[in-house]
Design a protein around this ligand. Sequence first.
Ligand code: SF4
Ligand code: SF4
Length: 289
Amino acid sequence: MGKPFEIVVLSGKGGTGKTSITAAFALLAENAVITDCDVDAADLHLILSPVVYKSENFASGSKAVIDRERCTACGFCPELCRFEAIEFKNNGYYVDEYACEGCGLCKEVCPVGAVNILKYENNRIYFSNSRFGPMVYGKLGIAEENSGRLVSRIRQYAQETAKKTRARYILTDGPPGIGCPVISSVTGSDLVIAVTEPTRSGWHDLQRLIEMTGRFKTPVLVIINKYDLNKDMTITIENNLKGKGIKVSGKIPYDETMIRSLLEGKTINEFKPHGTIAYELSRIWEAIV
Ligand code: SF4
Ligand code: SF4
């Protein structure tokens, strides 16, 4: 079996139904490794209820700490730190942890060994089995910022799991927006499914997302969620996308059962298997595969 086909479900912002749609695709895929790369607000596990069999810390970066007992206040390190992270305060030098990039230069130059570089291990990666297959997901620690590296590591583990389980797909609930973690989730993937809503801001966010994915030459399909809440805007989005050569692979109507299924920890295809949304998502999935 060749390399699994990597699908990333993205949206220009949170709250567009991205996670509900990913969960439904996880059910429909039958042979996928599922990942949640929305590490700032991972919630796919709330629907898929995976059983975690292993977890590990992931260090996203390092920070310098000055031992004030040892420091002779020679002034070398604050002069050399190009991030201006070392300040003089209360009669001594200290490192501003938000400014420090953990480059380690201060440790190298300190003549009295007063600087320690500490690894931040606040992030966690979970290995689990869900009712639709193996699932790897992560959570960013409090005040952690480098989520792009965490996303890359989750994807690497998902690829290893897919190889072991001979999965056909890797299905990822991606982070919202167009920042560093989104770039990490798109790089090297085979298909982006962009979920949007028929609003001006939805269209604006979608355009930025399409521009970003275009840089990686990853094909994009679009799903318009709650399309019937603003049919004119839906038509505008469809026409604009046509002009860019991008296909709208499906339109999902507004239905409050989508939220009710979430609250019950079920995919919409389990909660209302004969409903319009379940039918439409099954049709979209068939078209994708
Ligand atoms: S580790 Fe680098 S960025 Fe942090 S305080 Fe030292 S020199 Fe500055
Ligand atoms: S180089 Fe070492 S001794 Fe000098 S100010 Fe920095 S921490 Fe203190």
